[in-house]
Design a binder for this molecule. Structure first.
Ligand SMILES: Cc1cc2nc3c(=O)[nH]c(=O)nc-3n(C[C@H](O)[C@H](O)[C@H](O)COP(=O)(O)O)c2cc1C
Length: 379
């Protein structure tokens, strides 16, 4: 039974998924210190309780880059979402759009841009990694534009892939990975039928459309591994500007100096993020990094934040720390794995209900009223 957005979908996803997929979603880099701090630091944020302020009318709606949102929440780009539910990107995008919220398609999605964008009645966001193969990047931008994507999310915190030891232990990578994944699928027949068999093709759709038909997951991983680009600098982003004239958001900012550089570059927004604790273990949680970044750039560009958000209360906390909008990563992925698009819809309803309770009891009638004033100051 799903009662709490924060824990019940995770448990249900673990029951349903072959372990290699559950741990790919659930795990982080090295000892997973930052992964844990993302959640723990956010839940340590205390809010001021306010009473008797006539909170009968609440307005959760907001606007970002000219797009209306029913609440300040979007879905983060998550690679391989189509392995968690049958054509998972389409299901998740539909659930988000039905709720009036943006969905971000990952570069390394299973379903290609052309399959997801036409399935929803609001513009999709597209996330791009910096890859050495600039021909691929140009091709992906052209296709995203042709499909009507509105916002480009440019992820800059993966010049090298982080080391995720859980993946090697679970069979996602490492010795005999293909055999181990097959054995795990056999012991999870519901997933094996619904996604493993009926959810094909299991390509990385955006990449196969560019490269022809690679031979399988190992080929993709090999191509990707060889294509991450540690030479990336702000100058390379100028190059992207020639191919993208819509809003551009830089994802993976954790330091106020980088946030200022994003303003200088002319970015429309940043995403304060440590990639959900999947890149460098030991960096600050988003909740701890956010206030200094907001001090440095609030008002100069839009501040989005992710990493560790599991509940509607967490959304209110992130907004109080300085975010304009937040993105959900694992929270929606667990719900999708557990119950498909209906799970994501239900999760978003739960998040909204939790936000409403938090807003009533902090005295914030609208999103604009969720400010640092809601935070309990150091005692
Ligand atoms: C399984 C998984 C795959 C991800 N794939 C991508 C990706 O392809 N591109 C990207 O920019 N971020 C990716 N991320 C990071 C998310 O966009 C987001 O920053 C992160 O999940 C936020 O943390 P949370 O999961 O604690 O909410 C991925 C995260 C997870 C959990």
């Amino acid at each position: 039974m799903i009662i709490s957005a924060s824990t019940d979908y995770r448990a249900a996803a673990q029951r349903k998924l072959p372990p290699f997929l559950f741990h790919y979603a659930d795990g982080g880099a090295y000892a997973e210190h930052t992964l844990r701090r993302n959640v723990a630091d956010l839940s340590d944020i205390e809010l001021r309780q306010r009473v008797l302020k006539n909170m009968s009318e609440l307005d959760l709606s907001t606007e970002l880059f000219g797009e209306k949102m029913s609440m300040p929440v979007g879905l983060a780009p998550v690679g391989l979402t189509g392995m968690f539910a049958r054509r998972g990107e389409v299901q998740a995008a539909k659930a988000a759009a039905a709720k009036g919220l943006p969905f971000t398609l990952s570069t390394v999605s299973v379903c290609p841009i052309e399959e997801v964008a036409p399935a929803i009645d609001r513009p999709m966001w597209f996330q791009l990694y910096v890859l050495k193969d600039r021909g691929f990047m140009k091709n992906a931008l052209e296709r995203a534009k042709a499909a009507g994507c509105s916002t480009l999310v440019f992820t800059v915190d993966m010049p090298v892939p982080g080391a995720r030891y859980r993946d090697a232990h679970s069979g996602m990578s490492g010795p005999n990975a293909a055999l181990r994944r097959m054995l795990q699928a056999m012991t999870h027949p519901q997933w094996a039928w619904d996604v493993g068999l009926m959810g094909k093709p299991h390509d990385l759709g955006n990449i196969s459309a560019y490269r022809g038909n690679p031979t399988g997951l190992a080929d993709y991983i090999g191509w990707l591994g060889a294509n991450f680009d540690p030479s990336i600098s702000w100058k390379d982003l100028e190059w992207i500007r020639d191919f993208w004239d819509g809003p551009m958001v830089i994802k993976g900012i954790l330091d106020p100096e980088d946030a200022r550089d994003a303003v200088t570059f002319g970015a429309d927004g940043i995403i304060v993020s440590n990639h959900g604790g999947r890149q460098l273990d030991g960096v600050l949680s988003s909740a701890r990094a956010l206030p200094a970044i907001a001090d440095a750039v609030k008002g100069d560009l839009k501040i989005l934040a992710d990493s560790g958000i599991r509940t509607g209360l967490d959304v209110v906390r992130m907004l109080a720390l300085g975010a304009d909008t937040v993105l959900l990563g694992r929270a929606f992925l667990y719900a999708l794995a557990a119950a498909g698009g209906a799970g994501v819809s239900n999760l978003l309803d739960l998040i909204e209900k939790e936000m409403r309770v938090a807003m009533v009891l902090t005295g914030a009638k609208s999103i604009a009223e969720i400010t640092p004033d809601l935070l309990v100051k150091e005692r």
